[in-house]
Design a protein around this ligand. Structure first.
Ligand SMILES: C[S@@+](CC[C@H](N)C(=O)[O-])C[C@H]1O[C@@H](n2cnc3c(N)ncnc32)[C@H](O)[C@@H]1O
Length: 343
């Protein structure tokens, strides 16, 4: 029964959604403070000890920590000590392989203030991030600030790693030799594919500013000998030769003509039988259910001049238009989908 048919509608869901930013910001501040990383080092602590160690005023301390308990982001034991949950221990402790806090750090630093201007973006159709001064390429704005660059690239690893693990299982890599990740960021996806398939070699292709971050990450993952970086602009330069190309969270950054140009370029760069793997938080074909994909698309409104997210059916149609002989779609974890195009 939808809300219109409900004889006694309640405002609860409306208020919960409208004030949803309260809970979101509590978690983002916890990540900013390194709360979960600290607790992984110390073990469970009483509130006042934890507050002193993190430099927090006692006034909001118990509400902050207990709100995190109520939101499932901390545990409090019978002695009143606060500690990590199994999930925050796995995914919010900096330096651990599952760390997704990079994305949340970037969300706290950049997206949280920019989303304050959503209404302006809806009225103007213009980005509301660092590029609001009219710079055409959103990445040049982020990449001008080394801290923003590092936070952005590490943030992408946080989102893409679990997705990449699923792609490593879902796609038959056994008869492929080389994977090139186009717009690879730090290389989080490539690292997962190479780790899962030791016979593969990898190429990370991205803008020149990304090279040192990619190379340091690959070395840290023990992949320096198997993954090399190729610097380039995917609109202007040739794509590297490989039998599998990956474009993750790339197409949604660009307008339709640019999306089609990238798909045509990928098709031209692949050998016959070569595969293009596209992953994004794709929207359900009826555009009714997958709120995350639709919100991601609004994030692209705020972040880019022409970017938007799309349905799996859109992606397969564009792949076919670009010349791919065979296309299929697979669901992935984290509200993502994988579109596969075979040349
Ligand atoms: C949203 S991130 C996606 C990163 C990664 N594929 C993932 O899914 O985690 C988009 C990437 O495209 C890269 N990029 C943007 N414009 C580019 C261009 N013109 N040529 C090459 N790479 C570009 C950015 O530097 C960034 O690493």
């Amino acid at each position: 029964m939808d809300a219109a048919e409900d004889p006694a509608p309640s405002p609860d869901a409306i208020l919960q959604l409208g004030l949803g930013f309260w809970g979101s910001k509590v978690l983002l501040s916890a990540v900013e403070l390194g709360l979960h990383t600290h607790l992984a080092e110390t073990g469970p602590l009483p509130a006042l000890v934890l507050g002193t160690q993190l430099g927090l005023h006692p006034r909001g301390l118990y509400d902050f920590l207990d709100a995190l308990v109520a939101l499932g982001m901390l545990r409090r034991d019978a002695a009143g000590r606060y500690g990590n949950t199994p999930a925050t221990n796995a995914f919010l402790v900096r330096g651990r392989p599952g760390y997704v806090g990079g994305l949340l750090e970037m969300a706290n630093l950049r997206l949280y203030p920019f989303w304050d201007r959503l209404t302006t973006a809806l009225r103007t159709g213009r980005p509301q991030n660092e590029a609001a001064d009219g710079r055409p390429d959103p990445f040049s704005a982020i990449y001008a600030d080394p801290a923003a660059l590092q936070a952005f690239l590490a943030g992408m690893t946080g989102v893409s790693r679990p997705v990449a693990r699923a792609i490593a299982d879902a796609f038959p890599f056994a008869d492929r030799r080389c994977v090139a990740d186009i717009g690879c960021a730090q290389g989080g996806c490539l690292a997962e594919l190479l780790r899962a398939h030791p016979h593969l070699t990898g190429i990370g292709f991205d803008l020149p500013a990304v090279r040192p971050v990619f190379e340091a990450f690959a070395a840290g993952q023990g992949l320096a000998g198997r993954a090399r970086f190729v610097a380039g602009n995917f609109f202007a330069d040739p794509l590297p030769a490989a039998d599998v190309l990956v474009m993750g969270h790339v197409l949604h950054d660009w307008d339709l003509d640019q999306k089609l140009a990238l798909l045509r370029k990928a098709h031209a760069a692949l050998p016959p039988g070569g595969a293009l793997l596209v992953y994004d938080a794709m929207i359900d074909d009826a555009r009714r259910e997958h709120a995350f994909g639709l919100l991601m698309s609004l994030n692209m409104l705020i972040e880019t001049p022409g970017g938007f997210d799309y349905t799996g059916a859109d992606c397969r149609r564009w792949m076919a238009e670009a010349g791919f002989a065979e296309t299929r779609l697979l669901p992935l974890p984290g509200s993502h989908s994988l579109a596969i195009g075979i040349r």
